[in-house]
Design a protein around this ligand. Structure first.
Ligand SMILES: Nc1ncnc2c1ncn2[C@@H]1O[C@H](COP(=O)(O)OP(=O)(O)OP(=O)(O)O)[C@@H](O)[C@H]1O
Ligand SMILES: [Mg+2]
Length: 169
């Protein structure tokens, strides 16, 4: 499928979070989001917005030291029947997706050797989880083994509070 690039210039951490919050509506279970950007670009800030957009109400920490942090998303074995029906009838826009995400895995590969394989990392099963989605900081460490459907987001530092965010979807 052809990739389209969208660009957004963020003027504050709050704007980056709102942008990510909005993007969360489009992410479906089974998908992977790769977040590129240098130290302090705003990757974790972006994840905070993403996690909030998925309905998680707790705090988001940087998983740099623990590597993978799972966020169990609220209330959801299944959406209620009435929403499933509305969803089938196309009445809910993309607010209630079919592939509801039950867990978001926040993965930070900063401390990982380049080209370590997924099995060694132990994240294979997270990425393959069809009820979950994953968001990865420092994805260049595993670039060669990311599925080609991965949603790639690049955050560039323009100024103290300004960031350019590019989304390939
Ligand atoms: N427009 C902006 N978008 C995002 N963050 C911003 C923006 N302007 C300023 N900031 C600040 O930049 C910092 C970004 O830190 P963050 O931890 O999100 O970066 P990171 O890319 O995850 O870094 P690391 O590589 O260390 O994990 C925060 O202090 C945030 O407040
Ligand atoms: Mg970070």
């Amino acid at each position: 499928m052809e990739k389209v690039t969208r660009e957004f210039t963020s003027k504050s951490a709050e704007e980056t979070k709102s942008f990510a919050k909005n993007l969360a509506k489009k992410i479906k279970a089974g998908e992977i989001v790769a977040l590129y950007g240098s130290l302090g670009a705003g990757k974790t800030t972006f994840v905070q917005g993403l996690v909030a957009g998925l309905g998680y109400e707790g705090r988001v920490f940087s998983p740099t030291f623990i590597f993978v942090r799972p966020y169990k998303l609220a209330n959801s074995k299944h959406p209620p029947a009435r929403l499933r029906q509305a969803n089938r009838a196309g009445k809910t826009g993309n607010r209630k997706q079919k592939g509801k995400i039950k867990t978001l895995y926040h993965i930070d590969l900063y401390r990982v050797e380049k080209e370590t394989d997924l099995k060694t990392l132990g994240i294979e099963e997270f990425l393959a989880d069809k009820d979950a989605a994953s968001v990865i900081e420092w994805p260049e460490k595993i670039d060669k083994i990311l599925p080609k459907e991965t949603i790639k987001i690049k955050i560039e530092i323009i100024g103290e509070n300004e960031r350019r965010i590019k989304v390939d979807e």
